[in-house]
Design a protein around this ligand. Structure first.
Ligand code: DC
Length: 229
């Protein structure tokens, strides 16, 4: 079977990464969570005091300091899944907090942030054999990907999943806050000028509102088998 490129895009918290990780593990491909890379840029900006209390971003300093941001992924032997590292530090937990979630979309809308992350993502996928999830993977990062999937689910179902995930990790969460946050992120992600969230013309749409994780996995494996012949 040839090594193909698989792009999985879609709305916030629709279970893209679960599907993508499971598929990559099953077929022995590299998995890259591109959202984690934008979350790392956001964490860096927060830690360095580049986001004011009112949300204003010091874009001049952030742009100058972009070369200091190095994101990598290492397999966690315990979970069998990759953890995200920012400049050598494991930030897998810190990038998933509500604080990062509420600032990430404006950071991801900055053209110089997108240019830097897109270049890194394309370098990671040069050899094929990769599953990458995000918002613009099938449209901007890998427009020639052999398999493109666009995942969605209703707002309430997505918010419930995200809320359950935060609670399971012991992080404080309020359902309405989670729902508003994901709607706001979808709005900013879909309306930004550079590489907005949209379905690629040749993507297959999957509404997983009423599918189990196992059903999604099977569906995706079938699509992969059709393309990787
Ligand atoms: O998938 P996620 O929720 O972890 O993504 C975090 C944010 O990063 C999301 O609000 C949009 C942005 N993002 C993006 O703009 N492009 C991508 N390829 C992936 C994520």
């Amino acid at each position: 079977m040839k090594k193909i490129t698989i792009a999985i895009d879609g709305h916030s918290s629709c279970g893209k990464s679960t599907m993508a990780k499971d598929l990559a593990r099953e077929i022995g491909y590299i998995y890259i969570d591109s959202g984690a890379m934008y979350r790392c840029c956001t964490l860096f900006a927060l830690d360095e005091g580049l986001i004011a209390a009112d949300g204003t971003i010091d874009t001049t300093t952030l742009e100058r300091r972009m070369p200091e941001i190095h994101v990598s992924f290492r397999l966690n032997a315990e979970t069998g899944r990759p953890d995200t590292y920012l400049n050598g530090e494991c930030v897998e937990q810190r990038i998933r907090t509500m604080e990062v979630s509420s600032h990430v979309s404006p950071i991801a809308a900055l053209p110089f942030v997108r240019a830097a992350m897109t270049a890194q993502q394309q370098a990671m996928g040069r050899e094929g054999g990769i599953v990458m999830d995000g918002r613009d993977i099938g449209t901007a990062v890998f427009p020639d990907a052999e398999l493109k999937v666009f995942v969605t689910a209703s707002d309430e179902i997505r918010a419930q999943r995200r809320y359950d995930e935060l609670r399971a990790k012991g992080q404080p969460a309020d359902f309405d806050e989670v729902l508003n946050n994901l709607r706001e992120r979808d709005r900013i992600d879909s309306t930004r000028a550079v590489a907005p969230l949209r379905q690629a013309d040749d993507a297959i749409v999957l509404d997983n509102s009423h599918l189990t994780i196992e059903q999604q996995k099977q569906w995706l494996l079938e699509r992969y088998a059709e393309r990787a012949l």
